[in-house]
Design a protein around this ligand. Structure first.
Ligand SMILES: [Cu+2]
Length: 185
């Protein structure tokens, strides 16, 4: 009656060899399944971690967003913004109108507020143009400067957003400026 309790033994010769081979085969299948599950899980974890790490790179992170003065044209003039805790910021480009493909100087002047660092992020409003975010050098007395080169847009005219990213002791402030490029000059 031992056979009734272990019906699988009827189907296979009762040799130790076959049984151990069967066990190895089953163990192998289980191991393979666990391995595939583990790889799947690791891939998902990798995507989640990469997405989390990349998100502040792709979308500049800030505590406050301040809109610049309206009706200011960066192609022609210096454009200011009033900072949340008082103080002013002025953005200007060394070459005007703003050129494409040729590098130009970017200047940010901060007054009435201690800036720790200033970067500027250039991207298309309706078109992702890749990461273009120079960190500006501190030239002293609240002046931060650097160089940037903008690519030509294949569709011709396009709207750009130049977001000044200002780090002060207390907070990070984003000031999104807009301008259009590729219009015949
Ligand atoms: Cu474009």
């Amino acid at each position: 009656m031992a056979c009734d309790k272990m019906p699988q033994f009827i189907l296979f010769p009762k040799t130790e060899n076959t049984l151990s081979r069967l066990r190895n085969l089953q163990a192998g299948r289980v191991n393979k399944k666990i391995l595939i599950d583990a790889i799947g899980f690791l891939l998902i974890a990798l995507v989640v971690v990469a997405g989390y790490k990349l998100s502040p790179i792709l979308l500049p992170k800030s505590d406050v967003t301040v809109l610049p003065d309206t009706r200011c044209d960066l192609h022609k003039e210096i454009c200011g913004a009033t900072l949340p805790d008082g103080g002013r910021l002025e953005l200007s480009f060394g070459t005007r109108p703003i050129p494409l493909v040729k590098p130009f100087r970017v200047e940010v002047k901060v007054t009435g507020n201690a800036a720790k660092s200033v970067a500027i992020d250039f991207d298309g409003v309706d078109m992702k143009m890749g990461l273009n975010r120079p960190l500006l050098r501190n030239e002293g007395a609240g002046l931060f400067a650097g160089e940037v080169t903008l690519p030509v847009c294949i569709t011709g005219a396009m709207e750009w957003q130049a977001t000044v990213l200002l780090e002060t002791a207390g907070q990070s402030i984003a000031i999104p400026y807009r301008f259009t490029s590729g219009v015949h000059q």
